[in-house]
Ligand binder design. Sequence first.
Ligand code: AMP
Length: 190
Amino acid sequence: MLNLVLFGPPGAGKGTQSQKLIDQYQLIHLSTGDLLRSEIAQGTSLGMEAKKLMDQGVLVPDDVVIGMISNKLDANKDAKGFIFDGFPRTVAQAEALDQLLASKNSAIAGMLALEVNDDELERRLLLRGKDSGRPDDANPEVIRKRIVEYNTKTAPVANFYKAQQKFYSIDGIGAIDEIFASLCLVINQL
Ligand code: AMP
């Protein structure tokens, strides 16, 4: 199995690159943000609880997202591999993911981190907010909160994978196809 973590702050291009990677490597895309937005669209109680936090730009509880990922792994037993996008976002989530994969005799092959500076992120997110319809993209204060959440709770997850020699840094500024080529170069050597 080829299991990849696509890492980076909000607006780094994880969604865009995931789409290209799933086509290239026939992987299943697991985005906890997309899964949460689908719960909201369906009006589930999980979705309603998550929405309050998402609209403020803060993370939803670890057990909620770990449960969602666990269900998706179980539902896709024959997958060639997964791209985890927006997950794990805390060290506790990274530990839980290792355990879930180990119980299936699998593991993360690598974490690919898209590096983009804060000014560029804010610019991209405000631009995306014009047509994404996402409430958390529309408000500069919420965007800044999401970046702070990333820097305090999520950035340390990189160290978790560095300690396992599974961390790869990729320049996330430039043409989409160039960034994709850089990702493929790393993946083909895993
Ligand atoms: P995203 O689509 O990845 O930008 O996520 C949008 C929002 O969903 C985040 O700001 C969080 O509130 C929530 N979220 C998504 N993934 C996670 C996660 N792995 N852990 C906690 N909260 C998450």
